[in-house]
Design a binder for this molecule. Sequence first.
Ligand SMILES: C[S@@+](CC[C@H](N)C(=O)[O-])C[C@H]1O[C@@H](n2cnc3c(N)ncnc32)[C@H](O)[C@@H]1O
Length: 268
Amino acid sequence: MPAVLIYGPDAAPTPQQEQQFFAGVRLPNGTFKTTSDRRLDDLNNAIAPHLPRRYPLRIKDVAVSSGISTLEWYGALTKAGIECEMTATDIWLHARLVEARGFRVLLDQAGRLLQIDVAGFAFQPELAPRKRMFFAAPIALAQRPQLLHRLTRHEYPVVLMSPRLLGNPAVTIVEEDLLAPTAGEWDVIRAANIINRGYFTDSTLQVIIRNLVGSLTPGGLLAVCRTDLEVGNRASIFRRVGSGLELVEELNGGSEVADLTAQASLSD
Ligand SMILES: C[S@@+](CC[C@H](N)C(=O)[O-])C[C@H]1O[C@@H](n2cnc3c(N)ncnc32)[C@H](O)[C@@H]1O
């Protein structure tokens, strides 16, 4: 199936096309933007009975990629009558779509090629390196800013989130690097498929966890999770008690970073 451009004035991607697009976007730090519909439903159900009882609940979903899991979580909470303010964050939100003569390219802020589209046939270099030969000419142009500029007809800023989320004013979107201390206080934070040993060293993970714990209200929840294709969502849910965390529930044996998370203490 050829990929489609999921951004731009005439884009109307299906959920499968969005999923295919995000799976092919790799960041300079080695993480992928992979996500999919209904990926975290069981985690949301496991969090529900532990939610603090203060409203509106301030909830932050971090490293959300397309943000579709955030939208699903918000939908489940409002359906259950839980009043909340939902914020979705990711390190990497902004890109630009360039319409040039004969092709279109999606570039990140550093000018890195994310997707190219010639006559309606789009592909991502990460997903299909063998097609690079076929698209060699437009790729070469896309990587020469001055030439590209000369051929450009229109250029649009785009936010790399699902159009389904971008069209929903209930969820606030914020750019955030988990390695930096962040503003705000949250009653619930969900970190799914980001605090992984495959992505970061233990000392970096400790920095991220400490930043997250530091922005939790007393009694607030931190849910950490990694989706394992065979086992399902391996998750641990913690509650902030004093300067540290207390484990309240686990799914499928718990998160691979449950040990690091349990050790997190703001008083060290
Ligand atoms: C695999 S996706 C997870 C998406 C979603 N949470 C899920 O479980 O379906 C990882 C996301 O982490 C983001 N990310 C990578 N490094 C980050 C950082 N230092 N701070 C915040 N987000 C980061 C990437 O942009 C990407 O969207």
